[in-house]
Write a protein that binds this ligand. Sequence first.
Ligand SMILES: [Zn+2]
Length: 190
Amino acid sequence: MKIEWFGHSCFRINDSLIIDPFKAGSVPGYNPLKIVGDKVVCTHEHADHSGRECVQLTDKQCMLEIREYACWHDEQQGALRGPNTVFVISDGEEKLVHLGDLGHFPNNELLAAISGADYLLIPVGGHYTIDATMAAKICEAAQPKRIIPMHYRWGEYGYPEISTLEPFLDAIKTTTLADCVAIQELIRNN
Ligand SMILES: [Zn+2]
């Protein structure tokens, strides 16, 4: 699978599917997005995930298989921040999971759906989403082959109230650190 990171929680998969483009000006530091793709999906309707207008759609069909799982943006069944959708994406060979702004430990059905992914895209910045400790717990439970952290602050990029990547890297030190860092560098250099 080809995975490109555009910052915050926005990725393009196999040059085709765009997940969670942020609206212009919604996330500090990032320039407005301008991405070409065949399809765009959003995990929820907050401005930092629902910038569909930033995507220039082709007339090609997206060939990826996309499954959706309903969950919540907080630990109170959406009472604080509303619903969230988890996307499980397959290209026939590899499985990628994008957790959006997940706000709680997954229930059994969701945990089964996201388990054993080749790539787990997981929010780690806390405040609006699960924090580093909970993210590490979910990684241990879901056993992905590679972890791609997202929705955190780095340099001048991202919300000041969310955490940097380091607490998450500390929290998963005993399990999947190597893979995590390798992928992170790969994406940043893209
Ligand atoms: Zn968000």
